[in-house]
Design a protein around this ligand. Structure first.
Ligand code: APR
Ligand code: PHB
Length: 389
């Protein structure tokens, strides 16, 4: 089999890259180790920056997002029960769209079905090969038969645990990492959200987030210790803990129910530099992870692949390597800013085992600054709705 760009991973990064390249007549094959249903069953965040939503429009996959996504002009911060609204629209003239990553993935898969783009699910032992030279290929096994895809470039869109980053020779790549001493326990429930906008809450018992997928489906999180197990949390225990961290009005109006999903995600900041080795490019979670506070993960994946697609189009159309040579440095500038924002929001809103009284006073002062200063609030709004590429 031959293609121009072999894409490893059918998450949002791989699928969107395939879509953007296809719009410019560049052929791709996507190789994914999981089944389609498995990929569609993963529950992840769902806040789209303004520019991510526009990119989905440009890629011709924005119709359902525009019809079903919820436009949010603001968000709420809550500190020890004091709630304050950040008016994104008034501060920076932009909004965000609440639309689940699962839905984005489904829309991209549907578009690929319609256009007939090749995609191999349940591929085993996927291996990127000879990408240091000019004739890279990707090997995989499917139903016991080994296949090879010869290509011009490989795009590693295979997430944090993927094979592509790990295939780059040690020493050619530097990893930067911070692991936080807690995780998020998340619950999905078919109940209307507690408030029309997201509530990010700091409380002495830990962080809590009230989010949503639609007007009838809510997503809630509470900060838990790193060694906590989801099985130890009955629905009742979860709802009691969540209520205890919210302001009285929200705690009162919270509509609880039987959880339809409950899981714990660790929190990590991670960046691998550079995001290119020879003819292998990394994009999305394969190269960087942000803690979910601020919902930057999917948005960063989108801006990476936008930039990578532009670079590859330039290479094929104008025979210029400038774009692909500049790809890593260009996207890393934006990635580090999103890393900073996600780390900062995490630091503001969570309880840290070693913060001490001084650390807690700093968090309160930060909250008071943000809620009392237009400059402070504007900075949050600018980052939350998305910095320019
Ligand atoms: N071979 C083939 N596919 C693989 C391999 C492999 N060795 N390893 C992983 N994959 C697949 C995964 O099964 C997954 O479907 O790569 C895909 C990577 O998708 P994501 O993890 O969703 O990563 P990405 O597309 O970069 O999307 C970033 O996902 O984790 C969230 O917060 C993050 O929202 C952000 C988004
Ligand atoms: C979510 O809805 O899952 C979500 C929303 C906002 C975040 C993180 C997660 O910052």
């Amino acid at each position: 089999m031959r293609t121009q760009v072999a894409i490893v991973g059918a998450g949002p990064a791989g699928l969107l890259l395939g879509r953007l390249l296809e719009r410019h007549g560049i052929d791709t094959v996507i190789v994914e180790q999981r089944s389609r249903d498995y990929v569609l069953g993963r529950i992840r965040a769902g806040v789209l920056e303004y520019a991510t939503a526009s990119l989905l429009d440009d890629a011709g996959v924005g119709a359902r997002m525009r019809a079903e996504g919820l436009v949010h002009h603001g968000l709420e911060l809550c500190f020890d029960g004091d709630r304050h609204r950040i008016d994104l629209q008034a501060l920076v003239g932009r909004h965000v769209i609440v639309y689940g990553q699962t839905e984005v993935t489904a829309d991209l898969m549907q578009a690929r079905d319609v256009s007939g783009g090749r995609i191999v699910y349940e591929a085993e032992d996927v291996t990127p090969l000879e990408f240091a030279g000019s004739q890279p290929h990707v090997r995989y096994t499917k139903d016991g038969i080994t296949h090879e895809i010869a290509c011009d470039f490989i795009a590693g869109c295979d997430g944090f645990h993927g094979v592509c980053r790990q295939s780059i020779p040690e020493g050619a790549i530097t990893n930067f990492e911070r692991v936080y001493p807690f995780g998020w326990l998340g619950v999905l429930v078919d109940q209307p959200p507690v408030a029309p906008e997201l509530i990010y809450a700091h409380h002495a018992r830990g962080f809590a987030l009230c989010s949503m997928r639609s007007l009838s489906r809510s997503r809630y999180y509470v900060q838990v210790a790193s060694d906590e197990r989801a099985e130890a949390w009955s629905d009742d225990r979860f709802w009691d803990e969540l209520r205890s961290r919210l302001d009285p009005e929200s705690a009162e109006s919270l509509r609880t129910g039987v959880s339809i999903e409950k899981s714990i995600a660790p929190l990590r900041s991670f960046v691998a530099e550079p995001m290119r080795f020879g003819r292998l490019f990394l994009a999305g979670d394969a190269a960087h992870i942000v803690p979910p506070t601020g919902a930057k993960g999917l948005n960063l994946a989108a801006s990476d692949v936008r930039c990578l697609a532009e670079a590859l189009v330039e290479f094929y159309d104008e025979k210029s390597p400038a774009g692909i040579d500049g790809y890593s440095a260009r996207v890393l500038r934006r990635i580090w800013k999103a890393e900073r924002f996600s780390w900062w929001m995490t630091s503001l809103l969570h309880t840290f085992p070693d913060a001490g009284d001084f650390g807690r006073r700093m968090q309160r002062a930060e909250f008071d600054y943000l809620t009392g200063s237009r400059a402070g609030a504007e900075s949050l709004a600018e980052n939350y709705t998305g910095l320019p590429l």
